[in-house]
Every structure is written in structure tokens, then in C-alpha cells.
Design a protein around this ligand. Structure first.
Ligand SMILES: *[C@@H]1O[C@H](CO)[C@@H](O)[C@H](O)[C@H]1NC(C)=O
Ligand SMILES: *[C@@H]1O[C@H](CO)[C@@H](O)[C@H](O)[C@H]1NC(C)=O
Ligand SMILES: *[C@@H]1O[C@H](CO)[C@@H](O)[C@H](O)[C@H]1NC(C)=O
Ligand SMILES: *[C@@H]1O[C@H](CO)[C@@H](O)[C@H](O)[C@H]1NC(C)=O
Length: 551
């Protein structure tokens, strides 16, 4: 009973919050007399409205818990003969009571207040294997600071890839595209769709090592399912005439998306599905949120806001409406690919089969495309073995392939042969990126400064959006001090030819640092390659800051 009480209390709190916050906010906004702020007011109201919708869905799921519990209690009462209490002893109207009296002796009279409750089908009906393992719905792995109640939850599903993985590049891009305010009001959930704990741990470790601040602040979470969550994938039935491998791949994708969405649903007002090999435009969260709230403020109903033309990337839903999708995926996971199911769900909700021609138009009203796209694919290898995915969103527009900066005057020399017009000299001047053929051990890119400089900070970015694998691997950043070799003659950071190692390219292809002040003025800076590479190498950002260029 105390459980029920506390549940009731929680429900009351939510209702209380809604009841108190709405009139309060109305008061605050309505008391602003400025007419030009009318639009802002409408937007704020829309934001509140969709938030209340989300809170209400949370409240409803608590109610569901409550109802289930009271049903269990009723069962207990019924099996207990000593109790005189009848469950649901509803107040009968006098007319009904009279009628009942007149029916004494008839079987028909005993049908009132039956001890029978209807059992609705649940997810277990569609995924019966979940009942075989008591832990089937328990998370297999969970790295989280329990961030809740944000505006936008971004779901990033990832699976083991045979070839290059772009997950870290994708996260880097997603994190870089967020302002401080956006980062505080968002949540990025990385769903690793693998049950090999060693692999999941490796991914989680890579993510935390690369994004310690974001993991600590709760912006980035990593989750994975238990083995019991998946059915026996060899017992799926073949549908659509696809190969078993393809059926397995798309069925698992349905289950993965359903899992990720179910986890994310209670965490924020809007949910956006992404992938693990994408690029995002800067401020993408604010742009998406503003677009969504604009529509709600203008009373234009929508089901999907589409921020990318491809597959399931960049689709925004109201969290309160996610259960529709989740259940649909669970029902038909073995039958259709996930993006078809989304399409079918919307058609089923919207289309009139007797006026078939209208369907497309009607759908476009609630499945709204935002242009230009905010997301783009970077990967060329789909995670389905051998299926090379070259689909690119034409609506995304041009991607920045290099980031120009003003650098100190210098003579530049490259041991690595450049490709076409992508020379190191032009890259240093910020005219393009440098693109070199297969670096070899011992290859160097050298920057000889016209006059020696104090380096405040250096930043080198390798690889770019179109060629993310063309990075510098096992390459150090080294400087030659003007003063020659100082006291630290046999420092481990000193090369045999008198250079001091001040940095190294990391796994995301970035080398950055602030050299020790004691190094003093520097004559030369060079990038020194230590290993042979299977890839070409791109230098898409070069920024050497001295007293002059730092300003
Ligand atoms: C309930 O009471 C009836 C009659 O008094 C008895 O036959 C029956 O065994 C009892 N059932 C339980 C579950 O105690
Ligand atoms: C009770 O049943 C009798 C006979 O079936 C009928 O005549 C009478 O109208 C009934 N009374 C009421 C209150 O329904
Ligand atoms: C060598 O460089 C690393 C990082 O670049 C630095 O942490 C370390 O203190 C340096 N060691 C010496 C002896 O200068
Ligand atoms: C980098 O290159 C050096 C020298 O060839 C080699 O000893 C080392 O193992 C390499 N490190 C990595 C991470 O490949």
C-alpha cells in the first residue's frame, strides 16, 4: 500500500507542476505588453504545450504501473475467502438494483461485478522470447549520469563494423556542433547493438577517453541490450524474398531502434534518431527545436520532422508519440525494414484508401521536410557486410572540407607527394586542404618560419568529412628551438636531431597543444610520420598561433 501511496504522490506532484506552471507562465508572458513579443509568447506557449504532453505521457505510464498493481491486489483479495470486500463494488443505480431484485434466481443476475479482467496483448505477445529470460529487458550495459527532462534526446545506434567505424568522428562532430546552452539541454544516447560485453566496454572506454567532460556532465550515455533481448536470429522467417542475412540484419535493426527509443522516451520532450556515421550542421539542436516549436505555435500538426532525406537519419518525433512507433516496430520487426514501417505507420494514420491520390499530399503535411538538410552521411561502408552505401543527401549542401587560418610566414616542405592541386603550401595559406599520397615512416611536413616565433598553441586536424579515414596515424608534432638544445639534453621528448616532441595525432586525427614556455622561440615546426599508412593523408586544418596570429 505504501508503494501505491508514493506512486500517487508522484503523480500528484507532476499534475501539481503542470497546474502551477501553466498559469504562472501565462501570467508572466501575458504581462509583457510589447506587441512584437507576441510571436515569442506563442513560441513559449507551444514549448510548454509540447512539454506538458510529454509530462502527461510520463504520468500515464506511472498510472499504468498503478493500475497493474491494483489488479494484482484484487487477485489477492479474490483468492482470500476471509475478506468480505468485493473488488470494484460499483455503486448500482436504484433502477438496476430493482431489476436485479426482480431477477433473483436467474443466472443472468450473477453476471454483475464479475471477477474477470480483460487482458490486453502486450509487447510479450509479439516478442514472446522475452519471457524466456527474466533479464531480457534489463540493460546489458549502462554508462549514464541519469540526465532527464531535456528538450532534445539524440539516439545514436551503432553496431560492430567490419571496416572503418565513424562513431567517434560522429560524436566529435555532434559535440562540436552544440553551444553550451544546447549541450545542457540535450542528451546523446549511444546504443551499442551488440551483446559481447568486451566489445561494448571497449566502445564505452573509447568514448569516455575521448569525451571525458561530456560523459561526466551526462551529455553522452552508452547503453546496450542483454542477450535475452534478441530472439534466435536463425529462426526468423524469410520475408520479402530477401536472403536470411538481410532479414536478420533488418529485423535486428527494428529491435535495436525499438530498444533505443524505449530507453530514450522518458528522457526528453523530443527524440531525434541519428546514425553512427553522420555529419551535423552547427547549432543543429537549436535549429531542430525552433522548427518543431514553430510548427506547434502555428498550430500545424506534425508527426515526423525530417532533417535529412536519408533512411532514418534526422527524424524527429515527440517523445509522447514514440510508443506508436515502438509497438509498430515490435509487431512487424520480422516483416519489413524499419524505414518502410515508419512510412506505413504514417500512411495508416493519415491516408484515406478511397482517395488514394491524396495520400502523398496528406502525408507530406504531417511528415515535414526541413531544407537544407542538417545531417549528412560520412560513411561509405554500410554495416551490412559488402553493402556499400554511397547515398548522400543532396539537400545537405556543401560541407566544409577544410578550415582556413592565418599562420605565421613560413617556408613549407612536404616529403609526402601531394595529390592534384592539394599542396601543403596552399593548405598552409588556408586556400584548400593538403592531400598526400600514402605516408611512409620518416616522411615529414616541415614549416620553417621566416622569423623565429613563440608558439602559443598549435592545432592540426587530419582527415575531412568526405575522407574521414585519410588521417595522420602515429605522427608527432616536433619543434626546433632557436636557443638550441637546453639543459634537458636526454629528455625522452627530444629527437636525435634536436627537435622537441610537443604533440601527437590522436585517434580522431587531431594534434593540438600548448608548448612549454621554456622552449622559447622556435625556428621550425614539423610533423613526423612514424608508421606506414594504408590511407592517403589529409590535413584539413592548420593553425599555428604566435603572438601575432593568436590575436
Ligand atoms: C473458500 O471457501 C470455500 C467454502 O468456505 C472453501 O471450500 C474453499 O476451499 C475456500 N478457498 C480458499 C482458497 O480458501
Ligand atoms: C418484475 O417482473 C415481473 C414479471 O416478470 C414484471 O411484471 C414486473 O414488471 C417486473 N418489475 C420490474 C420493476 O421490473
Ligand atoms: C614530454 O611530453 C609530454 C607531452 O607532450 C609531457 O607531458 C611531458 O612532461 C614531457 N616530458 C618531458 C621530460 O619534457
Ligand atoms: C609508431 O611508430 C613506431 C616506430 O615505427 C613504432 O615503434 C610504434 O609501435 C608505432 N605506434 C603505433 C601506435 O603504431
Amino acid at each position: 500500500m505504501t508503494v501505491i501511496m508514493s506512486l500517487r504522490k508522484r503523480n500528484c506532484l507532476i499534475v501539481f507542476a503542470i497546474v502551477v506552471s501553466v498559469p504562472f507562465c501565462l501570467f508572466v508572458f501575458l504581462s509583457v505588453p510589447d506587441v512584437t513579443s507576441e510571436q515569442i509568447l506563442a513560441q513559449r506557449l507551444a514549448e510548454l504545450q509540447v512539454r506538458i504532453q510529454y509530462l502527461d505521457s510520463m504520468y500515464r505510464s506511472r498510472q499504468e504501473d498503478l493500475q497493474q498493481m491494483s489488479q494484482h491486489l484484487d487477485q489477492a483479495y479474490l483468492s482470500d475467502n476471509s475478506s468480505t470486500l468485493l473488488p470494484y463494488q460499483a455503486e448500482l443505480r436504484p433502477e438496476v438494483r430493482q431489476l436485479l431484485k426482480n431477477m433473483t434466481g436467474l443466472h443472468a443476475a450473477s453476471g454483475v461485478n464479475p471477477p474477470v479482467t480483460l487482458r490486453l496483448p502486450s509487447a510479450y505477445h509479439f516478442l514472446p522470447h522475452l519471457l524466456d529470460d527474466p533479464n531480457s529487458l534489463r540493460l546489458g550495459y549502462w554508462l549514464s549520469r541519469n540526465r532527464n527532462g531535456v528538450s532534445v534526446v539524440l539516439g545514436v545506434p551503432t553496431v560492430r563494423r567490419e571496416k572503418q567505424s565513424y562513431l567517434i568522428d560522429t560524436l566529435q562532430n555532434l559535440v562540436e556542433g552544440l553551444s553550451v546552452e544546447e549541450a545542457e539541454d540535450s542528451l546523446i544516447v549511444v546504443f551499442v547493438g551488440e551483446t559481447d560485453l568486451e566489445y561494448v566496454l571497449q566502445i564505452a572506454k573509447d568514448i569516455e577517453m575521448k569525451f571525458p567532460i561530456q560523459v561526466d556532465s551526462g551529455l553522452i550515455e552508452v547503453i546496450s541490450p542483454s542477450p535475452g533481448y534478441y530472439p534466435n536470429m536463425n529462426k526468423l522467417y524469410i520475408t520479402l524474398g530477401d536472403s536470411l542475412e538481410r532479414v536478420q540484419w533488418r529485423s535486428k535493426q527494428n529491435l535495436d531502434f525499438a530498444f533505443l527509443m524505449s530507453y530514450c522516451q522518458p528522457k526528453g520532450t523530443f527524440y531525434v534518431q541519428l546514425e553512427d556515421d553522420i555529419l551535423a550542421k552547427p547549432s543543429y539542436v537549436n535549429l531542430m527545436k525552433k522548427f518543431a516549436i514553430d510548427k506547434i505555435a502555428k498550430k500545424e500538426p506534425w508527426l515526423v520532422l525530417d532533417f535529412c532525406q536519408l533512411g532514418f537519419i534526422g527524424k524527429m518525433f515527440k517523445s509522447a508519440e514514440l510508443p506508436w512507433l515502438i509497438q509498430f516496430f515490435q509487431m512487424f520487426y520480422n516483416d519489413k525494414p524499419v524505414d518502410w514501417l515508419l512510412d506505413y505507420l504514417i500512411s495508416t494514420k493519415i491516408c484515406n484508401w478511397e482517395k488514394n491520390d491524396n495520400c502523398k499530399m496528406e502525408k507530406a503535411k504531417v511528415w515535414i521536410h526541413y531544407k537544407p538538410s542538417l545531417f549528412q552521411h560520412i560513411g561509405t561502408h554500410s554495416s551490412l557486410k559488402g553493402k556499400v552505401q554511397k547515398l548522400k543527401d543532396k539537400q545537405f549542401g556543401k560541407i566544409a572540407l577544410f578550415f582556413p587560418h592565418v599562420n605565421p610566414k613560413a617556408e613549407v616542405i612536404s616529403d609526402i607527394k601531394h595529390y592534384k592541386q592539394y599542396t601543403l603550401r596552399r593548405a598552409y595559406l588556408g586556400e584548400t586542404f593538403f592531400w598526400g599520397l600514402l605516408p611512409q615512416p620518416g616522411d615529414q611536413l616541415t614549416f620553417k618560419f621566416k622569423t623565429s616565433i613563440n608558439i602559443k598553441r598549435f592545432y592540426f586536424r587530419s582527415g575531412n568529412a568526405e575522407h574521414p579515414s585519410d588521417k595522420f596515424y602515429n605522427t608527432t608534432v616536433e619543434v626546433l628551438p632557436e636557443a638550441g638544445i637546453g639543459q634537458s639534453n636526454n629528455s625522452p621528448n627530444m629527437t636525435s636531431d634536436g627537435y622537441i616532441i610537443v604533440g601527437k595525432f590522436d585517434t580522431t586525427g587531431i594534434a593540438t597543444g600548448v608548448p612549454d614556455e621554456n622552449i622559447g622561440k622556435v625556428k621550425v615546426l614539423r610533423l613526423n610520420v612514424h608508421s606506414e599508412s594504408d590511407n592517403w593523408a589529409i590535413l584539413s586544418e592548420i593553425h599555428i598561433q604566435d603572438e601575432v596570429t593568436a590575436r
